[in-house]
Design a binder for this molecule. Structure first.
Ligand code: LAN
Length: 729
């Protein structure tokens, strides 16, 4: 084979077909570890039939009967639940695709390639199909996320991924993508992370990569810029990246790599002055330009530090400490790691350090399987190892909001969901948590599952609410006992920043000035924890609910926490009346939460200016057809922007929930929105996927496919409860 190098490169180019046989794919739910399997053997097909949810994820026909047409919002809720129930997994959680970002799949493919991991033909085939399906319809390139414009980051990396899985350079779609890449300046115009991946692959020289010195981890903890104070995603990515950068490690050269050197650049590869392109970037994707401070620091590192001060002894010491922190991250997550970026980079570190065949490499390999997702368009890489605890908590709460938790019809589904959350509670803090700078997590829940094991303020809160709601419903056992609920509260109480707000994984450890060191170029607000109305509200409502049922446990602290948190929410309101959202798009999402926070202390439309202004803001954005449709652009610009494709059910549900929480008296407006959600429901109870719902780091969008069930059902259910006499058909 042409791609076998002289000494036998194992990453032999996989066979690549038109498509796989979709009736052969299955998703296994092993206590919420989700892996996709392609059954090539006909016997296995019989033993392991495709489930309805498999078919749904794959876009195969479900042939479900039509349900009785809803006569009221509550009927619509029941039809919705009827469908959604079918997607529940054996372990009790809900699964889904978690795509959107377009820089994760190339990371996985490059990691497989440089570690000489064979890529099965059915992966290769469906990766090709996914990337072709997601190429920009006009220019054939790829952007930062599925709805974004083509960029060098997206195009250079996804083009590379396609070549590594075996697509030929002269394929018409590749020719088109290459033309777009060249028009954008070629791979030299990519951001830092693109340069890192391509240097690792040996398509670029390491001189083009701005420094990622592991020595930074040797700074004493009191230094204001010490990496332990960074947002956890940044510091974990930086950690693994710094090890690889320090080693200047490169993959073994192959024909494909040699060929990529000709394909990805506008200039002659041999003539490129790599160092001169360290700061070159396509202006269209320079979302957060590097500051003069960072540029000066980089200059200093390259010209003074590296040649004169970076002694071998120092490098060894830094690499050893970084390596130890990586081991702690791997151990604390059993190699799942925080997210797919540091996950694959830790994999590479283990490969370089421990060698092929080592336990760490094999375990990383297994864990990567949990990131892959197969859908009608092909195979993609999810943003996390799932959305299990998060979606399950919202599913339970939606049933509660509709007043259906006591209905025996939904008991088996809810029981399984409760058992799932019971199994997934994190029971202990990580060992040596101070040493590896981890926040307390005992009693908490992660966004995905316990294996990953990172408690997040709002994930703990939403799961805790769901558990309390069910355990206080007649007919449900108290699986999570009081002590464990108190553990969750103890952890939640550690999440308040000095100004009363809550962040995501940790407290704010440094101020936003740290953004001066943001070297990623394509993301904003990544260097430290910020204050989030979404997370703050989740914690407030969880504490209130707990306090109602256990009024004696740490009562004073809980009351003070809530007080300070809601005061902060008020200060975060924008002059237009809305709140900026960091994890969902955008003002609609955060305003829903903020209005709920206010309502939790009795502040609603009638008695609070904040609540009223929030409602008026939402009402001013309602469209003719009764729906809402904010665009992801709002996250980038900080201004409300309409989505060109019209009203969206998820966003409409968010706005309605906010209005109903605030007891907004404009019933007609609410009714109109409810009507839109009902009209969009299909005869089998489902809603179709519309525009992307979620966001992170201001510029990158991410899909939450289950929101079209959980939030629509919640909105309809709340309406049914608040206006029991309104029919709306
Ligand atoms: C997530 C997903 C969940 C999300 C919520 C719980 C919804 C939020 O309220 C708090 C933050 C959190 C946990 C979150 C943080 C950033 C994540 C992990 C993601 C958006 C999913 C993917 C993203 C991660 C950073 C992707 C990797 C990219 C890097 C820039 C490192």
């Amino acid at each position: 084979d042409a791609d076998y190098s002289s000494n036998g490169h194992a990453a032999k180019r996989p066979r690549i077909e038109d498509r796989t046989d979709y009736s052969r794919w299955r998703m296994r739910d092993d206590e919420s570890r989700q892996t996709w399997h392609y059954l090539e053997d006909d016997e296995a097909l019989k033993e392991w039939p495709q489930s309805i949810s498999d078919k749904y994820f794959l876009g195969l026909p479900l042939n479900l009967p039509d349900l009785p047409p809803p006569k009221s919002p509550l009927d619509a809720v029941k039809n919705g639940l009827d469908f959604f129930e079918k997607l529940q997994q054996p372990s009790g959680h809900w699964a889904c695709e978690y795509g959107g970002p377009m820089f994760l799949l190339p990371g996985v493919v490059i990691t497989w390639y440089v570690t000489k991991t064979p890529i099965p033909w059915y992966y290769a085939t469906e990766i090709k199909n996914y990337l072709f399906a997601r190429a920009h319809p006009e220019d054939g390139g790829w952007g930062l996320h599925i709805e974004g414009e083509s960029s060098v980051f997206g195009t250079a990396l996804n083009y590379t991924a396609l070549r590594l899985v075996g697509v030929e350079a002269d394929h018409p779609k590749m020719v088109k993508a290459r033309a777009t890449l060249h028009k954008l300046g070629g791979a030299t115009h990519g951001p830092h992370w693109a340069k890192f991946w391509l240097a690792l692959l040996g398509v670029m020289d390491w001189d083009i990569v701005n420094p990622v010195p592991p020595e930074l981890w040797l700074l004493p903890d009191w230094v204001p810029t010490a990496p332990w104070k960074w947002w956890i995603h940044m510091r974990q990515v930086f950690l693994a990246m710094s090890y690889v950068w320090s080693k200047k490690w490169q993959a073994e050269e192959t024909d494909t790599i040699r060929s990529l050197r000709k394909e990805l650049f506008v200039e002659d590869w041999e003539k490129i002055n790599w160092a001169s392109h360290r700061n070159t970037i396509n202006p269209g994707e320079n979302y957060h330009p590097k500051t003069w401070i960072l540029n000066s620091l980089n200059w200093f590192l390259v010209n003074v530090w590296n040649p004169y001060f970076r002694t071998n002894a120092l490098v060894d010491k830094a690499e050893a400490w970084v390596s130890e922190l990586i081991d702690m991250e791997d151990a604390n997550t059993d190699y799942s790691d925080l997210a797919p970026v540091n996950g694959v980079m830790n994999y590479i570190v283990c490969y370089i350090r421990d060698g092929p065949g080592s336990y760490s490499v094999r375990r990383h390999h297994e864990r990567i399987e949990e990131l892959l997702w197969v859908k009608d368009e092909g195979l993609l890489v999810n943003g996390t190892n799932g959305v299990q605890c998060w979606d399950t908590a919202f599913a339970i709460q939606a049933v509660m909001d509709a007043g259906l938790t006591e209905d025996p019809r939904w008991r088996p589904m809810l029981m399984k969901a409760l058992q799932y959350l019971d199994n997934q509670q994190i029971r202990e803090n990580v060992p040596d948590m101070e040493k590896c700078y981890r926040h307390p997590r005992k009693g908490g829940w992660a966004f995905s599952n316990k294996d990953q094991g990172y408690a997040v303020s709002d994930c703990v809160s939403e799961a805790l609410k769901a558990v309390i709601i069910l355990q206080r419903t007649p007919g449900f056992p108290a699986l999570v006992d009081d002590r464990r609920l108190q553990d969750a509260i103890d952890t939640l109480l550690t999440y308040q920043n000095t100004n009363g707000s809550c962040s995501s994984y940790e407290l704010q450890r440094a101020g936003p000035w740290m953004e001066a060191l943001n070297s990623a170029e394509v993301f904003g607000r990544i260097m430290v924890e910020y204050e989030y109305p979404e997370c703050t509200t989740a914690v407030v409502t969880a504490l209130s609910l707990f306090h109602k049922h256990w009024p004696d446990y740490r009562a004073k602290e809980i009351e003070r926490f809530i007080d300070r948190a809601v005061s902060w929410i008020k200060t975060a309101q924008k002059p237009e009346g809305g709140w900026y959202g960091s994890w969902g798009i955008c003002f609609t999402y955060a305003t829903m939460f903020a209005l709920e926070s206010l309502a939790s202390i009795g502040e609603t439309y009638e008695n609070s200016v904040h609540s009223r202004r929030g409602c008026e803001f939402l009402l001013s954005k309602q469209r003719e057809d009764g729906g809402w449709s904010e665009s992801y652009r709002a996250c980038e610009t900080g201004e409300y922007v309409e989505h060109p494709s019209g009203s969206q059910v998820v966003m409409t549900a968010w706005a309605l929930i906010g209005l109903m929480k605030a007891k907004c008296p404009k019933t007609e407006a609410i009714q109109k929105g409810i009507k839109l959600i009902m009209q969009r429901q299909q005869p089998n109870g489902e809603w179709f996927q519309e525009a992307i719902e979620g966001v992170f780091n201001k510029s990158c969008m991410i899909s939450y496919p289950n929101y079209k069930f959980t939030f629509t059902i919640k909105a309809l259910g709340m309406f049914a409860k608040q206006y029991p006499d309104e029919k709306v058909i």
